[in-house]
Write a protein that binds this ligand. Structure first.
Ligand code: IMP
Ligand code: MG
Length: 192
């Protein structure tokens, strides 16, 4: 076991389960967009692992673009403030856009992005999110391609980070309390 795996208390959704779900989602997307020109828009950084696996299962000639937003800093609670760090490279007017997100918690990030992108007049705009937290959404959201509903706890892995770490785990899980402690010690020399 490597050092990153040792920090995990419990695996919530395993590698195989994730890959099976991605296969199902990609099949559905392939059918729905068969005669359309599809642009996948990934929300960096978290969605890059999911988008990479999803895109390779979609049997259509798709294009990629990315947005980078910041809503969390390095804490584990949503600030509700969305900052656009990187906008799209291409125009989306009259294009079929599928927004690819790692996880929906309060839903504030994705609903902000929906409004922001809708204003540019895409032909269609849908959401694909691999995880969403049960009962946490502050705003009603129509997620056309949902993955897993998970309990409202802080998770890492499969693109999701705590203080930029653990994105490379092939599953999602809950961190041991000692992993948070180790981070505090590293970043705050005054921490006990
Ligand atoms: P929301 O705006 O509250 O829906 O939060 C969405 C964003 O917060 C996601 O795109 C993630 O980047 C981040 N996030 C939410 N929950 C978690 C988590 O449990 N672990 C790591 N990042 C999370
Ligand atoms: Mg994200």
């Amino acid at each position: 076991m490597s050092y990153v795996h040792e920090d995990i208390d419990e695996v919530l959704v395993g590698q195989e389960e994730i890959q099976e779900k991605i296969s199902d989602l990609a099949k559905q997307i392939t059918e729905d967009y068969r005669d359309k020109d599809l642009l996948l828009v990934g929300v960096l950084k978290g969605a890059f692992v999911f988008m990479s696996d999803l895109a390779r299962e979609i049997q259509l000639p798709i294009e990629f673009d990315f947005m980078a937003v910041s809503s969390y800093g390095s804490s584990t609670k949503s600030s509700g403030v969305v900052r656009i760090l990187k906008d799209l490279d291409y125009e989306i007017t009259a294009r079929h856009v599928l927004l690819v997100e790692d996880i929906i918690d309060s839903g504030l990030t994705i609903s902000y992005l929906l409004r922001y992108l809708k204003a540019r007049g895409p032909a269609s705009l849908e959401i694909c999110s691999l995880f969403w937290k049960k009962g946490e959404q502050a705003v009603p959201l129509d997620v056309k391609y949902p993955g897993f509903e998970i309990p409202p706890v802080f998770v890492v892995g499969y693109g999701l980070d705590y203080a930029e770490r653990y994105r490379n785990l092939p599953y999602i899980g809950v961190l041991k309390p000692s992993a948070y402690g180790a981070e505090a010690e590293k970043t705050d020399p005054s921490a006990p």
